[in-house]
Design a protein around this ligand. Sequence first.
Ligand SMILES: Nc1ncnc2c1ncn2[C@@H]1O[C@H](COP(=O)(O)OP(=O)(O)O)[C@@H](O)[C@H]1O
Ligand SMILES: [Mg+2]
Length: 510
Amino acid sequence: MDEYIVEMRHITKRFPGVVANDDVSVSIKKGEIFALLGENGAGKSTLMSMLFGMYEPDEGEIFIRGKKVKITSPAQATQLNIGMVHQHFKLVENYTITENIVLGQEPPSRFMGFLPSVDIKGSNKKIAELSKRYGLEVDPRKKIEDISVSTRQRVEILKMLYREAEILIFDEPTAVLTPQEIEFLLDIIRELRNSGKTIILITHKLEEIKKVADRCAILNRGKLVGVLDVASTTTKTMANMMVGREVSFKIEKNPANFGPEVLNVAGLTVKNQDGLQVVKNVSFSVRRGEIFAIAGVSGNGQIEVADAITGLIPASGGTISLNGNDITNSGVRERTVAGISYIPEDRQEVGLVLDFSLAENLAMKKYFREPFCEKGILNNEAFEEHGKRLIEEYDIRSGQGISTTVRSMSGGNQQKAIVAREIELSSELMIFVQPTRGLDIGAIENIHRQILAQRDAGRAILLISLELDEIIGLADTIGVMYNGEMLNIAPAETLTANQVGEYMMGVKAE
Ligand SMILES: Nc1ncnc2c1ncn2[C@@H]1O[C@H](COP(=O)(O)OP(=O)(O)O)[C@@H](O)[C@H]1O
Ligand SMILES: [Mg+2]
């Protein structure tokens, strides 16, 4: 049995109201890339958090290199050469990259014999070596607050390597990355395996598993469904096992039936904090019953277009009209009331109040109206009924139903809650920014169906997405943004994915 570097046997972990892991056994071979697949809330992070010492299992045993262990803290996991990159990075914003990497690790040397000091020079050198060896380029002197998400992730990986991790756990590492960055990360993961490391990759993206993983374990609602050899399994089989039913990769769409124009954006210009134009003279319109999708590589001004329409940032030029009324200078609340729903990219900061209950979050935008509020008194029953109905209709999974604190819910279910709330507003214009980011296939299917149903019900939909498949599958009209400009606008059926991809890289329309 010594071919297994990690064995988790009969692991059960309960949280209030849920069995997050139910008698799960997995064995991982030294030097393999072992993927852990499952829908949001299936129990993937929980299982790996136990291997990293953040939780202890209620039942079951863990063996590392054939030896039974009790891992009671991340520090102990580190001693066992286990490292983990979490879904939400754990870095100190105003520290440098080096400081973050050595934080709590470097045994202080003694300056002049008695003052504890950290050998920053030596650390920098070691970090530079590691960066070079694995292609993880960073400038170690930069502060975290000044670096991009993908660089932050590299810092997390360097942190593991610096601590001599041999078993590397990645919790949904690609959820925050652009397609190019994903390819790059997968290369790094392969490189790490080639140098003898054991990799555990948590994901719900099947193509990624197909590309890099050797074996794959599938979890569904806390239970292990199977362990597969990736090379001899189709993505379709994996998807069906993960969701527990037959899934279709094709988006079924009714013929479009466009009505009058709802949103008109004319010559919109937006400047960022440094006064640079991030949106340049952009014009387009969205009709009732139309999904207008903006494609583009991350950071080309598309988020700013959405933020300007919802009023989160000011327009520095141009006009925005809703149903013929100029709203260019209206406040955010005013625009919501005038008929704009918004599913933002940043769920946790903009979309939800994490310490409120699910019922409260679901009613967030209408608690001041009847039946939630009658003569100035909040009606608890109305909150409960409304919450229960939405949980049912939108398949929102949580430990304790409507009274669950939103913070404890998985990202996918948090997103379902926002989508449910915003759809329920019945606004004429609905703006979806990266609505399925980080979600699994089952949840994606659910949200795509909701978006199409809204379009068929005659709403105007503005969809902003980095996922080309999503754009191609849903859009009636596609606009592509590059470097703040809208390069091309065309009916979706006249464009292939390849053509959209070219515009995204800045190839201009003839
Ligand atoms: N700290 C916690 N407190 C309460 N419930 C939790 C906690 N962490 C996870 N859960 C619940 O356990 C289940 C599994 O969650 P998780 O392991 O995060 O799933 P995954 O990583 O597969 O999306 C979910 O129902 C989630 O809401
Ligand atoms: Mg998770």
